[in-house]
Design a protein around this ligand. Structure first.
Ligand SMILES: [Zn+2]
Length: 109
């Protein structure tokens, strides 16, 4: 069917500037400066095809949601007032170190 081929051509698999204003994408997509057919997820550090359908699908994955919530909780934990003093066990200490490393990594760029 020649009609199908034509339809495929219409899908532009390139980074689209409009995505930067799309509420579903703008918070996590990072343009690949070398290859504009790829998009990186800032939270998961995952390279995705610059295809809106694929990007929206990625946004719905558990992996992505977890990465986003981890990032958000890491940010909000900085805002927790000093009155809030959780009981620190060895396990939570380790968790805090991990979160700090995570913040450091993400604020570096
Ligand atoms: Zn992601």
């Amino acid at each position: 069917m020649p009609k199908e081929k034509e339809d495929k051509k219409k899908y532009c698999q390139k980074y689209t500037n409009a995505w930067e204003t799309d509420p579903e994408l703008k918070d996590w997509i990072a343009r690949d400066s070398i290859n504009d057919t790829l998009v990186t997820c800032k939270y998961c550090r995952t390279v995705l095809k610059a295809h809106k359908k694929d990007l929206l699908r990625h946004a719905k994955t558990e992996k992505h949601k977890k990465a986003v919530s981890l990032e958000k909780s890491a940010k909000s934990s900085r805002l927790i007032p000093t009155i809030y003093k959780p009981i620190i066990s060895e396990k939570t200490k380790l968790g805090e170190i991990k979160i700090c490393a995570f913040i450091a990594e993400h604020t570096a760029d």
